[in-house]
Design a protein around this ligand. Structure first.
Ligand code: ZN
Length: 228
């Protein structure tokens, strides 16, 4: 993939969770922008291991990371990710969505990242949202993100862009991109996506091996081995 020379002058802020997708995006951004920062959100996830791994990965890539505590979120939303319900079932309040859906999570994350971007003078936000073969979260789709960024820019009279490099990639293609960007080892050994907070070692990474996030990752890795 081409490195954009002009982009080297810009500062980028990556929305970072310590998962496979955002770790791949952090590697992608590091290879394109001279100055890269990360922001992570502690929102009462079932397992603090996500934040721990996010800090480790950011340190490995020499990226300053801001961890923002928004643990109030779990007091006002229903989601299996914050302790209400079984992750393999449908959402209690919306049967079209998985139980792991957190209402307005990405709206909040992007809004806070957009505010912090202004503080650190970042021109670009980068997020690992993906609408291809993921769990079907409507706030991960590009039209939603484009609309929100337009609104936030209007509200602050700024022109901050938001890039979503893996939006249309399958999980297998995201593994391939991680390899291309030089962060496949970090994805396999350090990133965390397992809903159960498990860190058992598998060829495709670490996790419980059976939750929806692990199943998706395992299947993606097996397909990646076929296409690489
Ligand atoms: Zn798992």
């Amino acid at each position: 993939m081409k490195r954009n020379k002009k982009a080297q002058a810009q500062r980028a802020l990556v929305l970072f969770s310590g998962g496979q997708d955002s770790t791949t995006c952090l590697g992608w951004t590091k290879n394109r922008y001279r100055d890269v920062h990360a922001i992570a959100f502690s929102y009462g996830q079932r397992h603090s291991i996500e934040i721990q791994q996010a800090r480790r990965i950011a340190a490995t890539l020499d990226v300053p990371i801001k961890v923002v505590d928004i643990s109030f979120l779990k007091d006002i939303v229903v989601s299996a990710l914050t302790g209400t319900g079984d992750v393999s079932k449908r959402h209690r309040d919306n049967k079209n969505l998985p139980a792991s859906f957190v209402p307005d999570r990405n709206a909040l994350f992007i809004t806070l990242a957009h505010a912090y971007a202004q503080t650190i003078k970042a021109d670009v936000l980068v997020g690992g949202m993906c609408q291809t073969d993921y769990s079907g979260y409507p706030d991960c789709r590009r039209p939603f993100i484009t609309s929100l960024i337009k609104t936030l820019n209007a509200g602050s009279d700024v022109h901050i862009a938001m890039l979503t490099p893996i939006m249309h990639l399958t999980k297998a293609e995201t593994f391939a991109l991680a390899a291309e960007e030089g962060v496949l080892d970090l994805v396999l050994n350090e990133s965390h996506t397992c809903y159960e907070g498990d860190r058992k070692k598998y060829p495709w990474g670490k996790g419980c091996g059976t939750c929806p996030a692990c199943t998706l990752r395992k299947r993606g890795y097996e397909q990646f081995l076929k296409i690489k």
